[in-house]
Design a binder for this molecule. Sequence first.
Ligand SMILES: Nc1ncnc2c1ncn2[C@@H]1O[C@H](COP(=O)(O)OP(=O)(O)O)[C@@H](O)[C@H]1O
Ligand SMILES: [Mg+2]
Length: 290
Amino acid sequence: MLFLLDETGAIAIKNFKDNKMINFEAKEQKNLEKNIIPFEWHSIAFKMLKLNRLSLFVGEPGSGKTTWAMMAALKFTGQEGEILQGTPDTEISHIWGFFALANGETKFCDGPLPRALKKGRFLIVEELNLIPIEARSSFLTLRGHRNITNPFTGEELPIPDSFRLIATSNPENLKCRNQPQIAQMLLDDFVIMEVPRMTAKEVELLLSFHYPDTSTELLGKVSTLWQKYENVNKMYLSYRAAKHLMSLLLSGIEENEAIRIALINKYITDSDVFTTAQLKFSISDEDMLI
Ligand SMILES: Nc1ncnc2c1ncn2[C@@H]1O[C@H](COP(=O)(O)OP(=O)(O)O)[C@@H](O)[C@H]1O
Ligand SMILES: [Mg+2]
């Protein structure tokens, strides 16, 4: 039996004997260590997590950062992590919480950081580097200290030894042109790991779990096509593109149309790269005719 996480965070249990997938909520599962496919970088990542309170995982979208972080939080704390989705609009109140009026009373609603500290959970900060520097500096006080003070309420919160902040970022967001020194200083206490992109073999393996009833031939075909278009002028496809291709093919969409939708059009945001991808596609089309 093998446990997997699908993109909703639900666990898919694959029973190899009868090849059936059973889905249920992640929170119903306590021990998730075996729940995702282990990649080579995971073992270093676990060591980093054990040694350091703050860690940052940098990798292309779809390389499996969030999946790993969620699994690690469950594995170490028995609870899902508190997730903060970083954006350029993230403010200190999104991290700490805010005052709200309820039944005529003003109450403070804890944000993800105090919730994580109080409940013994991990804090997962997605796209850390999109968060403006003022808000990001809230995490500075987490380093080395035993307590942290909520700037809105003055509440002093102990930081459990087991507390961890797992941050993710895509490499592009990491570049800070305006204030590179401050950005570097804010990361000083983080251990930083570069997460590799998935290989075609890993993509094939994941596909075989997400589409257990699919023939080996189709699995091989999708992963080969994915690999062919995976890197165009240093822009990359993620595993999601392979999943899209697989589901389009399974729904009966004609192969070239499916390739265009799932793989080529993923490059639509950059006109040069898009043209190169289209060219690659039309050339291989002619190859097939010959
Ligand atoms: N180790 C893994 N085991 C199973 N599925 C995975 C694994 N890593 C990634 N995935 C799949 O790949 C998709 C993208 O991974 P995700 O963690 O969202 O990437 P990122 O956070 O780097 O953008 C997920 O929806 C999940 O289905
Ligand atoms: Mg992610």
